[in-house]
Design a protein around this ligand. Structure first.
Ligand SMILES: [Zn+2]
Length: 213
């Protein structure tokens, strides 16, 4: 829906064009921007047009960093918990596997899907698209890949997973001894860097660059 809305943008006059805000759907006139400036929606403040030449480079670099951090974030243990004399540590993937082995198939599938598979696909599809745009090469199916990114990005819930882990820590404090493991730091770094990667560039700017390939 948002992508189709983007294509509604039309040239209005020589120096103005009508843009629809992809966040709140408000139509508004945007005049030509000088390099280095952004035009924001007057209602919700989202970026409508960006002429920030460094945004693409920053987003690509941050997306690569996110993909590198993603694997230690999901494979390394998040916590080491000592309960009733038994010590156990688990990563996101181990946790999903343990839930599956314990018979919690639905919860295991949710954890695997929303904390591993969809976030990974989200940053992989973004990386593929940014790579194409950065090198100005139309890679195979790049528009479809970016459509997939736009479709799945709302379903990746890695930030929610981190918040749940932080909430669990406050509860664990009273019933068990725990130590934060390396995976937790990797996961936190992944969240900060990945959110930055998608914040520095707008989807409309990527679509515009894709159209000009
Ligand atoms: Zn808006």
């Amino acid at each position: 829906m948002q992508n189709s809305a983007y294509y509604l943008n039309k040239k209005n006059t020589k120096s103005n064009e009508i843009r629809i805000c992809l966040n709140c759907d408000l139509l508004q006139n945007v005049s030509d921007l000088k390099p280095g400036f952004n035009a924001r929606c007057r209602r919700c403040g989202c970026i409508l047009v960006s002429k920030n030449s460094g945004a693409l480079n920053k987003s690509l670099a941050l997306t690569i960093a996110s993909l590198i951090l993603f694997f230690p974030a999901v494979c390394f243990p998040l916590l080491r918990v000592k309960l009733f004399g038994e010590t156990k540590s688990a990563s996101i993937l181990n946790g999903a596997s343990d839930l599956f082995n314990s018979g919690f198939f639905f919860i295991a599938a949710l954890v695997f899907l929303f904390a591993f598979l969809i976030p990974f696909l989200k940053y992989l599809t973004l990386f593929y698209t940014l790579l194409s745009v950065y090198f100005r090469i139309k890679l195979p199916f790049v528009s479809r890949v970016f459509k997939i990114y736009c479709l799945i990005k709302s379903f990746a819930m890695e930030e929610v997973f981190l918040m749940a882990a932080l909430t669990a820590l406050t509860k664990l404090d009273s019933i068990a001894d725990y130590e934060i493991e390396s995976g937790f730091y990797f996961f936190s770094a992944f969240i900060i860097i990945s959110v930055s990667a998608i914040s520095v560039i707008t989807d409309s700017e990527i679509w515009e660059r894709l159209e000009n390939l």
